[in-house]
Design a protein around this ligand. Structure first.
Ligand code: FE2
Ligand code: FE2
Length: 432
């Protein structure tokens, strides 16, 4: 540039009145610092900052604008005394941005700053409002906005001291804008991350359901078994008061509990006869195979592989593959075990019609403490009872079991009685 955009005047002599002005300016700066540190409403912060600045120097009018590089314009966030006709947004050329960055946060006199494209194009608007000084708000080499101030109420010219105060206050306002931009960016990224997480979660859950459908497609007699076990597991976890993300994880464990069956011969799974010992051994490999399939995957809910491995264990140690007892069995595996057995009892199998609901309830109650964990059986029956009595408007069991089951005679009484009996049942004592 041929000439500097602003004039640097000679330092003034400090007089008593200049001393008062300094004290006053420091006071205003302190107030402005407190305002900028305030985490309240950003718009109020900018408005108050402008008023503090104008008030401390006795300036009639002015405004604070934020720069949006994306839109290529400055937009006024706060104005005072500029009238309704003053434009609230003004396009800013790239050259304006470059030149203002070169100047930094300095007080530019409008009359001396005609090198700026914005002044050559819109100077008349500023002059019409007697805007005398503009201050680019630059923080860490970034143009964040612009401060404009009109003439002083006293009619006197701006001194170097006045300009220093305006620049100091401009830096404070720039910091406030910078903080706000940072916060907005953080919020945007957090929002983006949340959306990304939701998409990944949906993809994971959809994949789990697709796997469950693939597992179930191998077994023509138990169509939908894995899906139902996933849903029963979810209901039980909810009844047990688990937090939402663990309920979702538990349902995944239910959906995938039989994933090991994908490697079992289809003829064994669909055998229209009672399978022999060799075939049974082959089928009983599925929990361990399931664990091997699921273990290398990073699941949001870490116990998913354990549910696959131990869902055929029993509290009394008569289950498989490891014959674990009570507390040795992972809790999620106990839930899936009950959901699995409940579905087996309540659906038709090749050689067995599904059992009447009265039998199922009696079976669950009888085997609580030996096969099933009593508090888990109670959770399942409690959920069933709450739906039967209309305490909950959910129709989860009705959708899974059908009307016939849910409207069985004296079902609420049966469930209450079973719950009372299970309440007094304790898990077996391990003596081995
Ligand atoms: Fe299984
Ligand atoms: Fe199963």
């Amino acid at each position: 540039m041929a000439k500097p955009l602003y004039n640097i005047a000679e330092p003034e002599r400090t007089t008593a009145s200049a001393g008062n002005k300094i004290v006053h300016a420091f006071g205003a700066l302190a107030d402005l610092g407190a305002e900028v540190a305030n985490r309240g409403n950003f718009q109020d912060t900018i408005r108050t900052s402008l008023h503090l600045l104008l008030g401390s120097l006795g300036i009639m009018r002015g405004g604070v604008a934020r720069y949006s590089p994306y839109d290529g314009e400055i937009v006024f966030s706060a104005v005072r005394g500029l009238g309704d006709e003053f434009p609230l947004s003004i396009p800013l050329a790239r050259d304006d941005e470059r030149l203002m960055l070169e100047c930094g946060t300095a007080a530019l006199e409008v009359l001396d700053a005609r090198d700026l494209p914005i002044i050559s194009r819109f100077g008349w608007i500023l002059e019409a409002k007697s805007i005398e000084i503009i201050v680019p708000l630059v923080v860490h080499g970034e143009l964040l906005g612009m401060l404009v101030v009109g003439e002083k109420a006293s009619g006197s010219a701006y001194t170097t001291h006045d300009k220093d105060v305006i620049c100091a206050m401009g830096r404070h306002i720039g910091v406030a804008i910078s903080q706000r931009n940072l916060l907005t960016e953080l919020e945007r990224r957090a929002d983006e991350n949340q959306k990304l997480y939701e998409r990944m979660r949906t993809t994971y859950n959809d994949t789990v359901k697709a796997f469950a459908a693939a597992i179930d497609s191998k077994d023509k007699y138990t169509e939908g078994h894995s899906t139902r076990v996933g849903k029963y597991t979810e209901i039980i976890a909810r009844e047990l008061g688990w937090p939402e993300h663990e309920i979702e994880g538990a349902s995944v464990a239910g959906y995938l509990h039989d994933v090991g069956k994908l490697t079992v011969d289809r003829r064994i799974i669909n055998a229209p006869y009672k399978i022999d010992a060799k075939e049974s051994k082959e089928l009983n490999r599925h929990p361990s195979v399931g664990y091997d399939i699921l273990h290398p995957i990073h699941h949001p809910y870490a116990d998913v592989p354990l549910a696959a491995k131990y869902h055929h264990e029993r509290l009394d140690g008569r289950g498989y593959p490891d014959g674990l007892r009570d507390r040795e069995i992972p809790y999620i595996a106990k839930i899936v075990n009950l959901a699995d057995s409940f579905d087996a009892m309540t659906t038709d199998r090749p050689y067995k019609r599904r059992r009447p609901v009265q039998d199922v309830i009696e079976d669950l109650q009888k085997n609580s403490g030996t096969q099933f964990a009593p508090e888990i059986t109670s959770a399942l029956l409690r959920g069933l009872l709450r739906e039967t009595t209309g305490e909950t408007k959910d129709r989860r069991f009705r959708r899974l079991l059908g009307r016939e089951y849910m409207e069985a005679e004296a079902l609420p009484e049966l469930l209450s009685s079973a719950l009372n009996k299970i309440g007094s049942t304790r898990s077996i004592v391990i003596t081995a």
